[in-house]
Design a protein around this ligand. Structure first.
Ligand code: FAS
Ligand code: PHB
Length: 392
């Protein structure tokens, strides 16, 4: 190491301070396993990203295990079902009645805030040029901050740095197999301080495109409309957004909608993506670093939670018993659940969005899918068990 460089050591180096990295760090710290989180952005920047809104029961249980569910239980909104709207026809999926499970609406921002507040181990924010080294042998990580190069030696590296992170990019391409479907549209999302239009979420299919009515609290709502993949957020005034949203909803809901000035407006691209395998020597991938789902099934954040629950248990087993079965099985076990969530997210996206390239036959198939769902308890149970979260 040259002048001005610093060297540190830990058991697990975690790249990324999003929900995956923070949850993994919290579970390891509670188990007495030393860990350091390296994040390239500031904590405020991470908290400023508006993303997911729905937690599966399993994610709530994990937040309880992590000791950070207090505010979630006070402020989270328990939902026992959701509404589907198809060209104005409504169908309620009764989660509790069909499968005895529910979901909780609680923004990813709040999950991140609660995990950051609980963290007692070291987190490095605004760490530039993070690099992973020798993760096939004795791994170490370097980064730059305030002109000083830092080095962190570790036993394992957890790549929790999202789709655009450095971890997956550090793996030799010949060692990785990726699977991807990019959708020809994105979601234009708006956050507004107005009461939600409905008690539960409304997923709407309309010939003009998909729309979603979600929420963050009794006074704050989150809405989305499907837009072309190359759409620019600058071309969407608030008025244009509200007009378009109303046109995609049934008249009663459109009429009841309370609109106002957006406090956040952004476009998220939609893709399905999986990288295999999730382990390379001493490097493990988890969360969006390993997979991406279209947000239609509300799976992204929840998959990140189940990945790190499995990885934490494997690392805890290793340090407690020097047994590596959990680490050796992590990739296969996580991928089995990931692919089922990928399937469900693709299915919900295929049902509810417009695909002009599929033509009149494709539209009839979507209608038939909705009509079958409307008439089949078994089909509704399948949707309910996937949406509320398959067993880990
Ligand atoms: P994250 O991307 O949240 O966190 C990764 C962290 O790593 C970031 O803080 C990043 O700054 C950091 N990082 C990246 N590169 C780094 C480097 N080289 N060095 C150090 N740190 C680095 N899911 C839903 O369920 N519903 C939604 O509505 C929804 N909307 C979304 C909208 C957008 C625009 C995006 C991108 C995702 C959305 N998701 C949604 C999915 C989202 O919630 C993810 O599943 C969730 O953030 C996954 O968490 P992490 O795996 O921690 O990844
Ligand atoms: C959200 O509230 O942001 C949300 C809810 C459900 C989804 C996607 C996003 O499927």
């Amino acid at each position: 190491m040259q002048e001005g460089e610093e060297m540190m050591r830990t058991q697990v180096a975690i790249i990324g301070s999003g929900p995956a990295g923070l949850m993994l760090g919290q579970l390891l710290t509670l188990a007495g396993i030393d860990n350091v989180i390296l994040e390239r952005k500031s904590a405020d920047y991470v908290l400023g990203r508006i993303r997911a809104g729905v937690l599966e029961q399993g994610s709530v249980e994990l937040l309880q295990r992590a000791g950070v569910a207090g505010r979630l239980h006070r402020e989270g909104l328990v939902h026992h079902g959701t509404d589907l709207s198809f060209d104005g026809d409504r169908l309620r999926i009764d989660f509790t009645g069909l499968v005895g499970r529910h979901v909780t609406v609680y923004g990813q921002t709040e999950v991140t805030r609660d995990l950051m507040a609980a963290r007692t181990a070291t987190s490095v924010y605004e760490g530039e040029d993070v690099e992973l080294h020798d993760f096939d042998g004795q791994p170490w990580v370097t980064w730059k901050k305030d002109g000083v190069t830092h080095r962190l030696d570790c036993d394992y590296i957890a790549g929790c740095d999202g789709y655009h992170g450095v971890s997956r990019a550090s793996i030799p391409s010949e060692a990785l197999t990726t699977f991807e479907r990019v959708y020809p549209f994105g979601w234009l999302g708006v956050l507004v301080d107005k009461p939600p239009v409905a008690e539960e979420l409304i997923y709407a299919h309309h010939e003009r495109g998909f729309a979603l009515c979600s929420q963050r609290s009794p006074t704050r709502s989150r809405y989305y409309v499907q837009v072309p993949a190359d759409e620019k957020v600058e071309s969407w005034s608030d008025d244009r957004f509200w007009d378009e949203l109303r046109r995609r909803l049934d008249p009663a809901t459109a009429e009841a909608m309370q609109t106002g000035a957006s406090i956040e407006k952004s476009i998220a691209p939609l893709r399905s993506f999986v990288a295999e395998p999730l382990r390379f020597g001493k490097l493990f991938l988890a969360g969006d670093a390993a997979h991406i789902v279209p947000p239609t099934g509300a799976k992204g954040l929840n998959l990140a939670m189940s990945d790190v629950a499995m990885l934490a248990d494997a690392l805890i087993e290793f340090y407690a018993e020097r047994a590596s079965a959990g680490l050796d099985n992590y990739s296969a076990k996580a991928l089995s659940r990931i692919w089922k969530a990928e399937r469900f997210s693709w299915w919900m996206t295929s049902l509810l969005h417009t695909f002009p390239e599929n033509g009149p036959f494709g539209r009839r198939i979507q209608r038939a899918e909705f009509d079958y769902l409307s008439g089949s308890v078994a089909a509704q149970q399948s949707l309910a068990e996937n949406y509320t979260g398959l067993p880990a």
